[in-house]
Design a protein around this ligand. Structure first.
Ligand code: EPZ
Length: 422
């Protein structure tokens, strides 16, 4: 397992190229299962989760090619086994996204229950209940979901009790191939869901309401994609870079963004006192830090609310604000594990259930700390950059799952950060 050694405080300057979105690439890669011909992708980020997804597709019989330099990937969906095994799905929960396409295309699937992860139990009951309504027989035995279409897939009226991103994505795959009309209510509005839906529409799917809580799908025949699919920019990586710029008080410029997907995040940073200019139709963000930051009350929520995947990053930044801030984590039941690590660096944070109270401003002191999950690891790197002295962040495989070589990008900006094998 690797660690990162960071000498702080770091001075950064320059331009960052934001990579393709992990949470957009994963559902689009699994969508290849719906077709009979090769599907090609561009701007795929170099991440462990992409490696895991391609490895899972190969286990199911697909042929894959990945040019890591250009970000070009092709998948030939020659499925021979309709099973997503535990060994793969335990490494990456998004393996649950094999369920919908296999059921839609082949009428059968055996997919490992993803199991929980550090941030929560992460059940998939909403996926299963919705599939049952569409004519799928689902049994859960020995840690696996066994799904079979005994007769045919039929459109249905589905209501999700809670907004679920991958649940909405799994049902989109199935609904586009079902007979009749499907209504998804309380559907996720995340840009990653919209990107999947727009791709399916480009292949002939009849979908309306994408990006709203009510999505209507008319089952139809899909045709193979005519051209490569370009993965949209990663709004969470872009938000992470803004928090790095503001925390280090170093102006940065971000390329390959889409600011239209970041309204709640930009609004929060601007309320703290940051100046963020949206240039070139929002594809370039120019970040100017402030001398003093105002405290905030933040509540995470489904899109377009403040994203839970940005909670750890803004919580770290709020340690520098002048006064008391509060952060409410409304999506996951255990997503404050980074707090104990930040306290080792001197943060003054109290957690009571889903509410974290943060006193600022504080001065971080470097110390050994440990990453616990993907987004928490990014906030710990951020904290190391502004700590006085040496910070060692261990278990950064979490970071590599979701950020394309963040340490290399930081080094190019002037950070004193090295990767060591442990
Ligand atoms: C997606 O996870 C993202 N992952 C997560 O990003 C993100 O944090 C999350 O959405 C919320 O935005 C991918 O897109 C691959 P949910 P997902 O289903 O779909 C409960 C990252 O850092 N729920 O929207 O698994 C669930 O427990 C990752 O990139 C059920 O109870 O999340 C949670 O409390 C972390 N039953 C809430 O709903 C279900 O069947 C939202 O979960 C499904 C969900």
């Amino acid at each position: 397992m690797d660690s990162l050694i960071i000498e702080g405080p770091s001075k950064l300057s320059g331009i960052v190229d934001v990579s393709g979105s992990k949470n957009s690439a994963l559902p689009l890669l699994f969508a290849s299962i719906l077709f009979d011909e090769k599907v090609t992708y561009e701007n795929i980020p170099r991440l462990w989760d992409i490696e895991s997804t391609l490895s899972l597709l190969r286990i199911m019989g697909c042929e894959t090619e990945w040019d890591k330099e250009s970000g070009r990937v092709s998948v030939f969906p020659s499925i021979t086994q309709k099973e997503a095994p535990y060994e793969q799905v335990k490494k990456m929960r998004a393996g649950i996204l094999a369920l919908g396409p296999l059921v839609a295309k082949y009428g059968e699937a055996k997919v490992s229950l993803p199991g929980g992860c550090a941030i929560g139990a992460r059940p998939v009951n909403y996926h299963i209940e919705a599939l049952k309504k569409m004519g799928v027989t689902v049994e859960v035995e020995e840690g696996y979901i066994h799904a079979t279409v005994k007769n045919k897939l039929v459109g249905a009226e589905i209501f999700f009790p809670e907004v679920t991103v991958t649940g909405t994505e799994n049902l989109l795959y199935v609904a586009v191939m079902a007979e009749g009309t499907t209504l998804l209510q309380n559907a996720a509005c995340e840009p990653e869901v919209v990107a999947l839906g727009e791709f399916l529409k480009s292949c002939g799917a009849k979908i309306s309401g994408l990006g709203t809580q009510t999505v209507t799908i008319q089952g139809s025949k899909l045709k193979s994609p005519a051209k490569p699919i370009a993965i949209p920019p990663d709004r969470i990586e872009a938000g992470t870079w803004i928090s790095i710029s503001l925390a280090t008080r170093c102006p940065l410029e971000l390329n390959h963004c889409d600011s239209s997907q970041m309204t709640s995040v930009l609004s929060a940073f601007r309320k703290m006192g940051a100046k963020i200019e949206e240039l070139n139709q929002g594809t370039i963000l120019k970040i100017t830090p402030a001398d003093k930051y105002l405290p905030l009350h933040i509540e995470t929520a489904p899109y377009p609310g403040f994203p839970t995947d940005m909670q750890a990053q803004i919580l770290t930044l709020l340690c520098l604000a002048e006064g008391r801030s509060t952060v409410v984590e409304s999506i996951f039941e255990n997503r404050f594990m980074h707090v104990a690590e930040l306290q080792r660096l001197g943060a003054k944070i109290e957690v009571n259930g889903s509410i974290a109270s943060i006193e600022g401003p504080i001065k971080f002191q470097g110390a050994p700390i440990m990453a616990t999950d993907l987004r928490a690891s990014a906030c710990l790197v951020l904290a190391g950059l502004i700590s006085k002295g040496t910070t060692r962040v261990s278990r950064i495989y979490h970071l590599d799952r979701g950020y394309q070589r963040l340490d290399e990008k930081l080094r190019r900006l002037g950070a004193k950060i090295t990767r060591v094998a442990e």
